[in-house]
Write a protein of this length. Structure first.
Length: 270
């Protein structure tokens, strides 16, 4: 049997990659970490090996996500220190209770919990409005909230201000992909950016849009039968996570942007 080469990540190359991603010089990183620029250079070239404490300090200064901090530790020859538990693990019982309370308490308005790749983790009953009429293939696990938001056969076909929302979400995804180093987000961005849309006459729609400086919020203006629902969103994360799973969870809550929308949800939630 032919031998298969195993690629091992270099701590130095990973450190350099994160430093460059954060647009930080070796000198600036050295000053923040309390070491010499020469030492940072030696770490990146492999001429010096870091201690566990140094890996942790550099990762903290570069704001490296917990998942990638574990990768840095392993590349430096240490065991990962940040656990990655399933959301349903017994240790996360208090977290699940908090999430359930937030989701239920936000009724009658929609709220969802997503992971770092925007896959749906949990939702309240009101969020079911986003799934109405969506093809089964888009509801296969894992259900992706970004894909549902922009797919022509899902919310993308119901948004009356698609160009605005699409432009904002694609920029958001691109920034997240660049800052997190998560290839899944880059792939998702490219998939969503390739969607094409047609108007009611079957003509391909122009979805290019640059948000103007006078815009305050970009609402989701959703066609719902003979009504137009207007919603804006807020996103919350856990403040001091030390678990990979928790660090990658976000709660997105949807709020009515006008009284007509609020009244519609109050009626539907009765």
């Amino acid at each position: 049997m032919e031998a298969v080469a195993v690629h091992e990540e270099s701590f130095g190359s990973l450190l350099r990659s994160w430093r460059q991603r954060r647009r930080v010089s070796q000198l600036d990183l050295a000053i923040e970490a309390g070491v010499s620029a020469r030492h940072v250079s030696f770490l990146e070239t492999g001429r010096a090996r870091p201690s566990r404490e140094m890996v942790t300090r550099l990762a903290e200064e570069l704001d490296v996500p917990l998942r990638h901090r574990n990768r840095l530790l392993v590349a430096a020859g240490f065991a990962p220190v940040y656990p990655e538990r399933e959301v349903r693990a017994p240790e996360l019982h208090a977290v699940r209770q908090a999430l359930d309370t937030i989701l239920a308490g936000h009724e009658p308005y929609p709220a969802v919990v997503v992971d770092v790749a925007w896959n749906l983790v949990a939702a309240n009953a009101a969020a079911g409005m986003f799934l109405e009429g969506v093809p089964d293939e888009l509801l296969k696990e894992p259900v992706n909230v970004m894909r549902l938001s922009l797919h022509p056969d899902a919310m993308g076909g119901r948004l009356l201000n698609l160009a605005e929302v699409r432009g904002h979400l694609l920029r958001q995804l691109r920034r997240q992909a660049e800052s997190s180093g998560d290839g899944r987000l880059a792939e998702l961005h490219d998939e969503l950016a390739a969607y094409t849309y047609k108007d009611r006459a079957g003509v391909e729609a122009d979805v290019a849009h640059l948000t103007g400086p006078s815009d305050l919020l970009i609402p989701l203006r959703i066609a719902a039968g003979d009504r137009v629902l207007s919603l804006f969103t807020t996103i919350a994360t856990f403040g001091t996570p030390m678990d990979v799973t928790l660090s990658e969870l976000a709660i997105e809550t949807f709020w009515p942007a006008d009284e007509e929308t609020a009244a519609a949800f109050r009626v539907s939630g009765r």
